[in-house]
Design a protein around this ligand. Sequence first.
Ligand code: FEO
Length: 572
Amino acid sequence: MVALTERTQKRLTMETSEIAPETTAIRSLDWDRDRFDIEFGLQNGTTYNSFLIRGEQTALVDTSHAKFRQQYLDTLAGLIDPAEIDYLIISHTEPDHSGLVKDMLELAPKVTVVGSKVAIQFLEDLVHSPFKRRIVKNGDKLDLGNGHELEFVIAPNLHWPDTSFSFDHKTSILFTCDAFGMHYCSDRTFDEDLAAIDEDFRYYYDCLMGPNARSVLSALKRMGELPEIGTIATGHGPLLRHHVEELTSRYRQWSQAQTKAETNVAVFYTSDYGYSDRLSQAIAHGITKTGVAVEMMDLKSADPQEVRELVDNAAGLVIGATPTSNPNAQAALSTILASAKPKQSIGLFESGGGDDESLYPLRNKFRELGLTEAFPAILIKETPNDATYQLCDEAGTDLGQWLSRDKAVKQMKSLDSDLDKALGRVSGGLYIITAQKGNVNGAMLASWVTQASFKPLGVTIAVAKDRAIESLMHTGDKFVLNVLEEGNYQALMKHFLKRFPPGADRFAGVKTQQANNGSPILTDALAYIECVVASRMELTDHYIIYAIIDAGRVSKSEALTAVHHRKVGNHY
Ligand code: FEO
């Protein structure tokens, strides 16, 4: 066993605070949570929030991640004798919140577990021993006494199929777990500093909630039937108290924009406590980057009618063929096969399979039905890492771009006006952006680059939302701006304009050296500039990246920068 260093121990800390009468937040602070799921891409750590409500009876809302086992249980024991807890409310059964349910059942054998029907079903598979339970439906209430009447809101797919929220009528706190959360670790219990959490709040939405936009809108509608919500007690990051209206409005606005998309992809996964859901989420994230909407569905809890409707309305299908003996998942798969149509695109992945893949027979069936494969089947046998998630993200983008290709071509042709030609006279240089973060790299040919400030020296770069490299250009990320040389740029331009398969190394066959900031410098470029992203502004189809310059060098002082002359302004 590896001994924990002092630093590691210090970086998992606990914090408790009274957030309302008889209501304590128990926050497990994970300062250095490594990125091994896509939604941790911003690397600001996370927190796992649990809550203790003491009316005449006592309820614990969610627990914590198993990595906090001793710290969490000790903290809880400092607040109450766990055996005295009457109810354990399970918002959903993902291990980062229900990782200590088994421990709680041992410490509090008389506790009644409260959750949605699906959550209790999933918990049975997880716990493997009898426990007292109470299944709640939307609008059901649980009176803890002393005014603490809890009302349940069933909010499936936010982001697991078994999710429910609970609202305390005494304190006006809505406990939402994943929804409205963010992976952001700080000593602050609440959201007073909106600017500090803006980007994390959005990124988390994009990764976990955007692919379930329709479900977000349904949950918001149900939340609207509650009395005014004073606090949203999330399961990750700061609790929302100062900006509840603003942040819930953002969820509404973003989700409405998603559901307006003309094209839709159905993504099926298996909530198996493995990786199927996270891989499917990365693919979904990649799809939504292209403006194509996604609807996700768990095969284990899917209703056949809903599966049929989802497949009927989708232009593309993604299926995680995780080996499972679950009869519901098998039946859902049969329904998908029976409903799929030749004009649809298909993307397949498998995680957790042994040598005997179930993926290929499934792929053959879809081929026989005439569906087009949008990306090569993804087979994941090892624990996914950054590169795996990047591959899935890029595969999703390929699928989204394939489905929206006609629209893109139409858009290019439709604007051949005087205005468009005039805009075409706005020219830029030719540059290659290169970035390396962990074992993920990216590169992009760029022309919309301009100096933007003297003090500090800074540049702006416009990056289309469906570019793979955008995931490496969040605030704090580092990259290199390589300047191409007039008359000597064709080879580099040709290489980086290629369509790379998902997950491909962009630098294979290209001469590079490593910059101080870790990103590749293209040896054949005229100049390089090392940059760090200071801020990022979201536009309709591009992000504007403002980056501060750290260092730079020119290889030939007499040479000029290559210029990109265009005829029209409606595409690059
Ligand atoms: Fe934070 Fe869905 O677990």
